[in-house]
Design a binder for this molecule. Structure first.
Ligand SMILES: NC(=O)C1=CN([C@@H]2O[C@H](COP(=O)(O)OP(=O)(O)OC[C@H]3O[C@@H](n4cnc5c(N)ncnc54)[C@H](OP(=O)(O)O)[C@@H]3O)[C@@H](O)[C@H]2O)C=CC1
Ligand SMILES: O=C(CO)[C@H](O)[C@H](O)COP(=O)(O)O
Length: 627
């Protein structure tokens, strides 16, 4: 049988590891090894003198069992029994072969095991010794847990059923993202089940056809029946939903619930609204189902090669899915997964939502730069060449794809010239703008980028207005260096505002967010990965507010004259640049020691007796005037 797996059977002394291991080995026809036979001489001597082993003594022994497991995997599979009571021991045992290791934990109560040991002929274990085993035991998070009250043959049956037949992870929804993620999971060696609905006559055998198309999905189980899909999974079941956010997500959850059991885990990988994630968490909790809201970024390619993953929800539940998410995630410059536990409730989806808000602005800024360069007289190839030269100073994934887009030709024409100038959206920019207003944080660039998309959609009205108002930008006289610097300036403001929004949400909802860690998982795999993001990881380690960090202050100071020049030129030449102009307006307002808000306060007090504070009253007391 080709399992290509090492089955570690673990548990405290007396739980029956060897009996089960030997029986399982006979059934599966794979070799059995008793870990105790691999102790070095020094350990055996120590134990024979009744001296307990410490972690240092155990280290070489655990490494030798890990070597044994790796060697056996070259041939096929094996069973190794070892108490493996601590997670650190299990980490050593499964080092470099984590995805090919299955843990079976034989679990029983203290009294159950003590009684069992003491019943054995000529065998006595003091309750103190057993207690020390229970004290050391750190419950494994990713093990198949089997109660030892079952008969040995039942235990073996259960293990065979779970490990041989059942998948460890389910992927529901084989659209753009679901397809890529399931291939990614399979490529990492996970045994998965995949599901897509089918519609008789139009959409049949979607999952099977997809499985058959890719070699890496050979071991995957494909379904179009929900019950069969759910039953194909090991318990607790781990099911990731990659379906449309909103109503569809709720419908799919309702479809799944009748087949789920207590403790199963649903993972929503779609771009769901963070408020709904919290509601779904509470609803599913009442049904004893765990729910984790996971932001995933990277698009089709990222999902396949390694996305950036932002999981939020209960931390203990997260640990049950962590190995899967971390394995498929992109890796940062230090080889760490671009996946980190974000925080409680819908925090993962909140962070993904703001990621998309930042993405909207980054895209809009590049669109504005394109407009400027076009008005300056450059064709798409020339603009691509200019942007290419910016890579040294402002490289990003979005800059790269914009260059590729500009170079794409159909015959003699650039494709970009044939695309209708109406920008769509699926909701995350809208929600970010609502969230920033609700939290009282000025993410003005995200709002501007969103409204620029909305404005673009009024194509008919825009055509009329262009006649009525005769807005015809004239050629701009700008240095390319100034355009680059203006772009860099606006990107700083964008990242400041997005991170500020996350930081404020973290405080309001008590999510305890780590901004530097969030920036780190955005350095690879996601749509907003960039060299600047890499720089922000260290900046944010020192200061949550990037605009008070000396490095960023110096950058803003040196870029400011260019954004002033570019924006004023564009305004004088009637060229719409909503995000570039908002970025400089924002900083001008933010960095004004004495703003015009005194007039607003006076007006509010005049008509509504809303009161105001006085500059000549340090107590901060509120005053009212009879105007
Ligand atoms: N595309 C992207 O770049 C990214 C998307 N996301 C998010 O990931 C999620 C999935 O996106 P994506 O893969 O692009 O979307 P697709 O539209 O490509 O796929 C949607 C999936 O949902 C299934 N589905 C829709 N309605 C139902 C239903 N009522 N019952 C069962 N299944 C249903 C579809 O099945 P069927 O094929 O039968 O219609 C399909 O498998 C969304 O929330 C999206 O916002 C996140 C990051 C990036
Ligand atoms: O999450 C994503 C990228 O990160 C999706 O591609 C999302 O659809 C982009 O948002 P919109 O469709 O509103 O432009």
């Amino acid at each position: 049988m080709n399992l290509n797996t090492v089955i570690f059977i673990m548990g405290v002394s007396g739980c029956g590891k060897s009996t089960i291991g030997q029986r399982l080995s006979q059934h599966l026809k794979i070799p059995f090894f008793d870990g105790d036979d691999y102790h070095p001489k020094s350990n055996i001597e120590k134990m024979s003198q009744g001296m307990p082993l410490n972690d240092e003594d155990r280290y070489d022994w655990l490494v030798s069992l890990n070597d044994l497991a790796k060697n056996q995997l070259q041939q096929n599979s094996c069973i190794i029994v070892c108490s493996a009571l601590k997670q650190s021991y299990r980490d050593i045992l499964s080092a470099q072969i984590r995805n090919q290791v299955k843990w079976v934990h034989l679990a029983g109560s203290f009294n159950q095991i003590l009684e069992r040991i003491n019943k054995r002929e000529q065998h006595f274990m003091s309750s103190n010794l057993l207690q020390s085993q229970f004290d050391t035991l750190e419950f494994p998070e990713h093990a198949l847990e089997i109660n030892i009250s079952l008969k040995p043959e039942e235990i073996v049956d259960k293990i065979i059923k779970e490990l041989k037949m059942k998948s460890e992870f389910g992927l529901f929804g084989l659209g753009v993202m679901g397809k890529s993620l399931s291939r990614n999971l399979a490529q990492k060696g996970f045994k998965i089940s995949i599901f897509n609905r089918e519609e008789k006559g139009s959409e049949e055998d979607v999952a099977i056809t997809f499985k058959d198309a890719y070699k890496e999905l050979e071991q995957a189980q494909a379904f179009s029946n929900i019950e069969a899909f759910v039953n194909s999974l090991q318990t607790p079941r781990r099911i990731m939903l990659m379906v449309n956010a909103g109503k569809v997500t709720d419908l799919v959850i309702e479809d799944l619930i009748p087949f789920l059991s207590d403790g199963d885990i649903l993972i929503d990988g779609g771009n769901s609204n963070y408020v709904e994630t919290k509601e779904r968490y509470d609803y599913l909790k009442s049904k004893k189902i765990h729910f984790i809201g996971v932001g995933v970024s990277g698009g089709e390619e990222g999902a396949l090669k390694g996305p950036s993953i932002m999981p939020g929800g209960n931390k203990e539940t997260y640990h049950l899915i962590k190995p899967y998410l971390e394995s498929i995630a992109a890796k940062d410059a230090n080889g760490l997964p671009c996946c980190t536990y974000i925080g409680e409730e819908g925090s993962g989806h909140f962070v993904k939502m703001v990621h998309n808000g930042i993405e909207y602005v980054e895209m809009q800024l590049l669109a504005e730069v394109y407009t400027i360069l076009k008005i300056m007289g450059h064709n798409p190839d020339e603009i691509a060449a200019i942007l290419e030269s910016w890579k040294a100073k402002a490289d990003s994934y979005l800059l790269g794809i914009t260059i590729a887009i500009l170079r794409k030709k159909e015959g003699d024409y650039w494709l970009v010239d044939k695309i209708v100038d109406k920008a769509g959206n699926k909701g995350t920019g809208n929600w970010t703008t609502i969230a920033t207003a609700q939290l009282g944080t000025p993410s003005t660039l995200i709002a501007s980028a969103l409204f620029a998309r909305y404005t673009s959609f009024y194509k008919e009205e825009r055509l009329q207005a262009s006649d009525h108002f005769n807005i015809k930008p004239t050629p701009l006289e700008l240095e390319l260096q100034d355009v680059l610097k203006a772009y860099q300036f606006s990107r700083i403001m964008n990242h400041y505002q997005g991170l500020k929004l996350i930081s404020e949400a973290g405080k309001t909802y008590k999510w305890h967010l780590n901004l530097s860690e969030i920036a780190r998982i955005w350095t690879n795999g996601c749509i907003i990965k960039s060299d600047f993001m890499l720089e922000l990881v260290s900046v944010l380690k020192e200061d949550d507010n990037i605009l008070t960090h000396p490095t960023i202050i110096n950058q803003v100071r040196s870029l400011k004259p260019s954004i002033n020049k570019v924006v004023s030129q564009c305004v004088l030449n009637e060229l719409a640049i909503p995000c570039l102009s908002e970025s400089v307006n924002f900083l001008n307002g933010y960095a004004t020691a004495n703003s015009s808000a005194n007039i607003i306060q006076a007006q509010r007090d005049y008509f509504g007796a809303h009161t105001y504070q006085r500059t000549d009253d340090a107590s901060g007391r509120f005053h009212h005037s009879n105007w």
